[in-house]
Design a protein around this ligand. Structure first.
Ligand code: SF4
Ligand code: SF4
Length: 156
């Protein structure tokens, strides 16, 4: 025989959850009035060191979202020794990341062989228009100032 339902038990349980929640400190903050400090290695935004970039395109090729746009050109440099052959050097003209597409996987930072990309914990760059989520070379370079220093190497 089915037991009769006692609706008061469910009500009491619900009231207990409400009371407990009322007396518990909230885990959320009233952003933007209150701000949390992200951990130093948080994936906030990607910073670019344009001097280190060799326009190898590796990051753009490996990006699963195809949201890195790079353009460059080759410039002829004088030979390093008298009588030597002239050298060519790749110069970066354009480096954009579209944060409306980026999924913050970090592959571009990992694969860059020349340490030209870094994570910054900065996260306050939301925009009213989606097209403004495209950060160009200058804006990505400006993020460099917010990149935390690398932690000291562990002694083996
Ligand atoms: S974090 Fe991932 S998705 Fe974003 S630009 Fe880098 S590789 Fe592309
Ligand atoms: S992988 Fe590094 S060096 Fe190569 S294009 Fe990307 S940022 Fe520049």
């Amino acid at each position: 025989m089915a037991r009769p339902k006692i609706p008061l038990i469910g009500l009491a349980k619900g009231m207990w959850v409400t009371l407990r929640t009322l007396l518990t400190r909230p885990v959320t903050v009233q952003y933007p009035v209150e701000k949390e400090i992200p951990v130093p290695r948080a994936r906030g935004v990607i910073a670019l060191d344009p001097e280190a970039c060799t326009v190898c395109m590796l990051c753009a090729r490996e990006c699963p979202d195809w949201c890195i746009y790079i353009e460059g050109h080759k410039e002829e440099q004088p030979p390093s020794k008298p009588g030597g052959r002239p050298r060519t050097r790749a110069t970066l003209d354009r480096f954009d990341i579209d944060y409306a597409l980026c999924m913050y996987c970090g592959i571009c930072v990992e694969v860059c062989p020349f340490d030209a990309l870094f994570w910054s914990p900065e996260y306050e760059y939301s925009e009213a228009h989606i097209s403004d989520m495209l950060h160009d070379k200058d804006r990505l370079t400006d993020w460099l100032d917010t990149v935390p220093n690398a932690p000291a190497l562990e002694k083996s």
